[in-house]
Design a protein around this ligand. Sequence first.
Ligand SMILES: [Zn+2]
Length: 117
Amino acid sequence: MISLTNNKDLKPEDFPSDIKGLRMTKQRREVLAVILRDRDHPTANDVFLRAQDRMPTISLATVYNCLEALVNHTIVRQVNLDRESSRYCPNLNDHCHFQDEASGKIHDVVFKETNQK
Ligand SMILES: [Zn+2]
């Protein structure tokens, strides 16, 4: 199994044909690659704009479908913050999100103790 969490240079074509039972179509690879590349918790619209660099024909609806599939297969995590569009995070380890109000950037916050709910 390749590491999806610690491999910034991973290219869409390097992904296995199947991740956690999800068939990795070209579009899903592209969407996943975008989320893994910058790790800045992009919104679906951000993912769409970035995916267009390499795949100009991809549509926003396709991006949404890809994101939904990736979330359903716990390949990426959907992050919902108050009054904002959902964002997408490739960090599947236990963590919280902290939003810097000045920059609007979202950071991962990892706690030492594990707190099972
Ligand atoms: Zn995160």
